[in-house]
Design a binder for this molecule. Structure first.
Ligand SMILES: [Fe+2]
Ligand SMILES: [Fe+2]
Length: 311
């Protein structure tokens, strides 16, 4: 049994007697959960490619780019092996190049599959495939949003978008019953999704994701994105990319592409008035902002066909 599977000893039945966990327990489980599960289709595509004769860095990277868990584990691995590098590695392709096929194969071999994992936990199924589409959709749209104000030089913005909701995967892996209870209440309550998470578990997915990424020594920008993607104005660093992730997240939810688990409606007003716009377009450059919004609406229309067949 994998470390991720063995690190969820909850026996509580969902609903009734479920109490928030103490911070000590939360930290303990987050530390003990190095292997976050991946989506079955991505895991098998990676294994198949690694077993074939034609294995190119770029093809391997393309598969890893479709999976937030694998991406986080890859960056964790490369930055722990090459910890002496001046700047941490934030790009997927660079990480694959540095690690080489042997280490990537080891990474793939110990990858738990999220669909099995939830079956074992005995919980109500969560739409994981749609959740992965949400994460990839946000990653793609983050690139579109940031491109309105600067030319990206590497794929940091994409990776930040991909791992923004890591906390939800971490919650399902470390506190499966609490995660199920959050979904149940989110379908019924008027409270915000983040408030429900805090009420049920004691922390929300933004805090939990940041805690996971920090414990596993991921680059600072990923930690900050996980922590502040719902409130980029609070971030002390990397605020442009975090603002882009906030807007991308709202856009993808507005268009109802994939499923983030949070089913509350995102209206046009919500995404066009998000706090991130002030960070991306300070000094009220309204005309530039309007051009950016129009371009983003067009990109959003193309997104479903881009996502088709990816996971
Ligand atoms: Fe989120
Ligand atoms: Fe999200």
């Amino acid at each position: 049994m994998s470390a991720a599977l063995s690190s969820k000893p909850t026996t509580e039945s969902p609903g009734l007697d479920l109490l928030p966990a103490s911070m000590t327990l939360i930290e303990e489980r987050v530390k003990g959960c190095p292997r976050l599960p991946s989506l079955r289709s991505v895991e098998s595509a990676l294994r198949e490619l690694l077993n074939s004769d034609r294995r190119y860095t770029q093809q391997i990277s393309e598969i890893i780019r479709r999976d937030p868990s694998l991406t986080a584990r890859l960056l964790r691995l490369v930055n722990s092996v090459y910890y002496s590098l001046d700047t941490p590695i934030k790009s997927i392709e660079e990480a694959v190049f540095y690690l080489g096929i042997r280490q990537i194969r080891q990474l793939a071999m110990v990858t738990p599959v999220i669909e099995d994992f939830q079956k074992l936990a005995g919980n109500t199924p969560f739409p994981w495939r749609e959740f992965w589409q949400h994460c990839i959709g946000v990653a793609i749209m983050t690139r579109e949003v940031i491109s309105c104000v600067q030319s990206p030089t590497d794929d940091t913005d994409y990776v930040a978008g991909l791992v923004h909701d890591m906390g939800k995967i971490v919650m399902s892996a470390t506190f499966p019953d609490h995660f199920t209870e959050v979904q149940r209440r989110a379908g019924q309550s008027q409270c915000s999704y983040l408030e429900i998470e805090t009420e049920v578990l004691g922390v929300n997915h933004a805090e939990l994701g940041a805690m996971y990424l920090r414990h596993h020594h991921l680059p600072d920008i990923m930690i900050e994105t996980a922590r502040y993607h719902h409130e980029p104005e609070r971030a002390a660093h990397h605020s442009q990319i975090i603002a882009a992730v906030q807007i991308a997240n709202l856009l993808v939810r507005h268009a109802q592409i994939g499923n983030s688990g949070n089913t509350s409606t995102v209206t046009s007003e919500i995404w066009t008035q998000a706090s991130g716009w002030e960070i991306l377009f300070p000094e009220r450059r309204d005309s530039e902002r309007a051009i950016a919004c129009a371009a983003l609406r067009r990109s959003l229309e193309r997104l479903p066909s881009l996502l088709q067949g990816l996971v």
